[in-house]
Design a protein around this ligand. Structure first.
Ligand SMILES: *Cc1c(COP(=O)(O)O)cnc(C)c1O
Length: 253
């Protein structure tokens, strides 16, 4: 059932490298986040066996459950909309949080990250070690460039305020921006969205003197265009793991 995963990964890595080279970029400047939401831990294990180490999930509980079943050298990214009552679980279990879209969520993440850092540190070799982060969470600010009401990112004109708050948050490591493009949009619209995120990043980086090197953009249907437009993190699910079975888990999320 998971036998296609190694070939899928291989093909996607090749297509990412091709898109990077077309854009005059080094293939290593793009990382593949394998989005395993709604797929079982066995599928993640198959990707791990094929060399994949970075995984993305939409729900903190599902992320934690899979993290407990996979080797400790996986890097877990929380990519989906985050409710503030799940902020602590996200900080404990995700190395990266791509979906920071509001100042109150950001402040809550900073507070719980500070509390977690001040708490008892897991000892090396202790079973707890695998379940807790010891580094500052890396965050990305999610911006709704496309302007679709259904997307959960902050409006572009709120990005300054969000970044100001992020740079005032000592327990968070803000490294860039994230966006989602509309489904089935024509290529010109995809380039407008992805290029728009890159330009916003360039303006903010110049204004604040903050490097902001990371751009999380591109999914199964549009990751090559995203790489050509400057993506450093592509979030690919379906093209690696196949269609998601929402019947088992009760809905997308
Ligand atoms: C599900 C999801 C993805 C992956 O989408 P695919 O089309 O399956 O590649 C990427 N980013 C986010 C935020 C998602 O929720």
């Amino acid at each position: 059932m998971h036998s296609a995963i190694p070939d899928n990964l291989e093909q996607i890595r090749r297509r990412i490298a091709g898109a990077a080279v077309r854009a005059g970029r080094a293939p290593e400047s793009v990382r593949l986040v394998a989005v395993s939401k709604n797929h079982p831990a066995e599928a993640v294990a198959a990707a791990y066996a094929a060399g994949q180490r970075v995984f993305g999930e939409n729900r903190p509980q599902e992320l934690r459950d899979k993290r407990l079943q996979l080797p400790v050298d996986c890097e877990w990214h929380m990519i989906g909309h985050l409710q503030s009552n799940k902020a602590r679980l996200a900080v404990q279990t995700a190395a990266w949080i791509h979906s920071v879209n509001a100042v109150d969520l950001l402040q809550r993440l900073d507070r719980v990250a500070g509390e977690e850092a001040g708490g008892p540190q897991p000892e090396a070799g202790n079973a707890q070690h695998a379940t807790r982060n010891t580094k500052r969470p890396v965050i990305l600010l999610e911006i709704n460039i496309a302007g679709e009401a259904s997307k959960s990112g902050a409006r572009p004109d709120a990005a300054r305020e969000l970044l100001e708050a992020a740079l005032r948050s000592p327990h968070l490591d803000c490294r860039g921006l994230m966006t989602m493009a509309p489904y089935d949009a024509p290529e010109a619209e995809l380039r407008r969205v992805f290029g728009g995120l890159r330009e916003l990043r360039d303006r903010l980086a110049a204004e604040f003197g903050a490097p902001l090197p990371e751009l999380s953009m591109g999914m199964s249907d549009d990751f090559e265009i995203a790489v050509e437009e400057g993506s450093t993190l592509v979030r690919v699910g379906t093209a690696i793991f196949g269609e998601r079975d929402y019947g088992k888990t009760g809905g997308p999320g």
